[in-house]
Design a binder for this molecule. Structure first.
Ligand code: ADP
Ligand code: MG
Length: 622
């Protein structure tokens, strides 16, 4: 079979995605490759397909056991024999995997990087020809990434110790220039064929909203879930910063009529698996998870990802958000943060340093990197520029065009020169003795008549009432902006104080610009704007009744065979089938995503059900 036949037959795809063919051809011609493709870009195919065409075995180095087993299971479903070698499997299972490799029965083996240090592994691979080492999530090799794994540093040496050095293929979704250099040097890639695809995700709509506290965040979340149709089967992930929060949010949302399950590393493996399966199969549309969830989760129809807290790094943010819309359909990534989030992330960074298993010097370095990543995240969220462009710039990509879809591009806001307003506020803060907070200062500026003001003699200040034409909200916004931009600071008792930068605005050496809603336009934060509504075009219509019946069959097969529902037939493919209503095996196999393996599992039963259904409806109709 040639590569296109394999692509169709085993992977159910009609054509390659951007970059895939170049990388596959590189491997097939015996060269090292480096593929930097965004999440959902289809990196797995770049090594799985050549693995079937190369003579020997392909070893895939992967950082997480769950990721390995998921990928192995997905391959088994496609009729490709793959095995895993890792510490979670029993010695018997590992021995069986080794036998399958030695006998040539399995061509793909997934390994944890730590496994390479096991002498058994080297001895195994001196017995069987290893053609290719595919390093997945290759950013783990760099302290500059967000998931540093020292064991990744062993890979190059391992390859050199083999009788014949195999091809090395490295893949990652997140690589800043520094990480890219580390991958290249530390894997000792030999003149690799390199593909760097744009990270721009045209089908994702990025939204950021600052909320004062968790209660407001929850309200925002509920509005958002309704807007996204989460009460109507549309699926999404809510990323939380702590285990407790995943539990609290699930409970709250379930209480409000949504169906949501938690997922975090503190749950038993069994419970985690159950919740993950419920989400993957579409049984439970929403999962509230810590960042333990998702690496390698291959659910194409995730319609939204909501970050409930500020993520620790742009890398983590973009990778997690990027789990939305892998099927290429319009999806929304919303991020909620409050000012206290930065402190939480800082505390987590400190804690990680304390508990680090790295040597002291490396741990200190990693901490420095983390802090830098946190401030990069803050800058992206607060820059007031197009969100996607800011993210892309961080990854070393420049785009002259605004994306036109993110909440910054879409919001009806404009920069206004508020230097004069700022000067009034600042001089009022000074005259009040830097002892009061935002509301008291605002009251003086607006010339409010109250006991508090007369008793303190604030009505005799020259700043009393100098902003009486402005609204409370406006003064407040500008004051908050002064804090954000570092011209004022707030102490613990909320009183306002000058900073070393205040003078530059006060004496007009700097213009003070603020992004404010365009005047006369009513800001409606939860109503989708015209741009978003247009962007989220309606899904393909399908026959819901038929879908429900096909789904029931699929679920039964899934239970009987002990396979996850998506492996028997994913929901989105079932929807396509319910729309097309094929009645012959040929027509069913023509539908995108229906592989011969899927067909073998449940094809005949689905066809029978479709025929029954068509007959029934005909009967009812006539
Ligand atoms: P990555 O590892 O880059 O995040 P995956 O390898 O998990 O992405 O692939 C993401 C999704 O894209 C999977 O559902 C996969 O089946 C699908 N996919 C990959 N290549 C193609 C292709 N050429 N055509 C259609 N779908 C593809
Ligand atoms: Mg992947």
């Amino acid at each position: 079979m040639n590569k296109l036949e394999i692509l169709g037959k085993y992977f159910g795809c009609g054509s390659f995605r951007s970059g895939q063919e170049t990388l596959i051809d590189g491997i097939l011609s015996g060269k090292d490759v480096l593929g930097i493709l965004p999440t959902g870009g289809g990196k797995s195919l770049c090594y799985q397909l050549p693995a079937l065409m190369l003579d020997g075995v392909t070893a895939v180095i992967s950082p997480l056991i769950s990721l390995m087993t998921d990928q192995r299971d997905a391959l088994l479903q496609r009729g490709i024999n793959a095995v895993c070698l890792n510490s979670a499997a029993s010695p018997d299972e590992n021995a069986a995997a080794e036998r399958a490799l030695i006998s040539g029965h399995a061509k793909i083996v997934y390994l944890s990087p730590e496994r390479l240090e096991n002498p058994r592994t080297l001895s195994l691979f001196s017995k069987i020809p290893l053609s290719l080492i595919a390093v997945d999530e290759a950013h783990c090799i760099s302290q500059w990434g967000h998931d540093f794994r020292p064991a990744y540093l062993r890979i190059a040496e391992f390859a050199d110790d083999l009788p014949k050095r195999p091809i090395i293929a490295a893949f990652t979704a997140t690589a800043t220039p520094a990480v890219r250099r580390d991958i290249f040097e530390r894997l000792r890639l030999n003149d690799p064929v390199t593909v760097v695809n744009s990270f721009a995700r045209d089908n994702l709509f990025f939204e950021v909203n600052r909320q004062p506290n968790d209660a407001e965040k929850l309200l925002d979340t509920v509005e958002f879930l309704r807007r996204m149709g989460a009460d109507n089967g549309s699926c999404g992930i809510i990323y939380c910063s702590s285990r407790e929060k995943t539990e609290i949010i699930s409970r709250s949302l379930n209480g409000m009529g949504f169906s949501c399950l938690p997922y975090h590393a503190g749950m038993s493996a069994e419970e985690r698996q159950r919740n993950q399966n419920a989400f993957l199969s579409g049984q439970c549309p929403v999962i509230a998870a810590t960042n333990a969830f998702g690496m390698g989760i291959n659910k194409p129809d995730v319609r939204f990802v909501l970050h409930y807290n500020m993520p620790g790094s742009p890398e983590a943010y973009y990778q997690e958000a990027g789990r939305a819309g892998r099927d290429g359909k319009a999806s929304v990534c919303r991020l909620l943060y409050s000012d206290s989030d930065s402190f939480i992330v800082r505390a987590l960074i400190d804690e990680a340093e304390q508990n680090s298993e790295l040597d002291e010097e490396t741990a200190a370095f990693v901490k420095k990197v983390r802090l830098k990543q946190l401030s990069a995240t803050e800058n992206i969220l607060r820059s007031g520029n197009c969100l996607q462009n800011e993210i892309l710039r961080y990854f070393g990509e420049s785009s002259p065009k605004r994306c036109g879809r993110c909440s910054v591009c879409d919001r009806r806001t404009e920069y206004r020169d508020c230097t004069v307003e700022a000067q009034k506020i600042l001089s009022c803060v000074k005259r009040m003795g830097e002892r009061f907070g935002i509301s008291d200062t605002t009251a003086v500026l607006r010339g409010i008549n109250s006991r508090f003001i007369t008793e303190n003699g604030f009505d005799r200040l020259s700043t009393y009432g100098i902003m009486k034409d402005s609204s409370d909200k406006e003064i407040r916004e500008i004051t908050l902006e002064l804090i954000k931009q570092g011209y004022l600071k707030q102490s613990e008792d909320r009183s306002l104080h000058f900073t070393e930068n205040t003078a530059t605005v006060l004496y007009a050496r700097t213009r003070f610009l603020v992004r404010l809603p365009i005047q006369n336009s009513v800001a409606e934060p939860f109503t989708p704007s015209a741009a978003l509504t247009e962007f989220l075009s309606p899904p393909v219509p399908y026959d819901e009744k038929l879908f429900a019946r096909l789904k029931a069959i699929r679920d039964k097969v899934s239970t009987v065979c002990g396979l996850p529902a998506y492996a028997v037939m994913p929901d989105n493919v079932l929807k396509e089938i319910s729309a097309a209503k094929p009645t012959t095996a040929d027509d069913l196999l023509k539908i995108k995503g229906v592989s011969p393996e899927h067909f073998r599992r449940c094809g005949e039963r689905l066809l029978a059900e479709i025929l029954t259904y068509i007959n029934e409806t005909k009967h009812q109709g006539g």
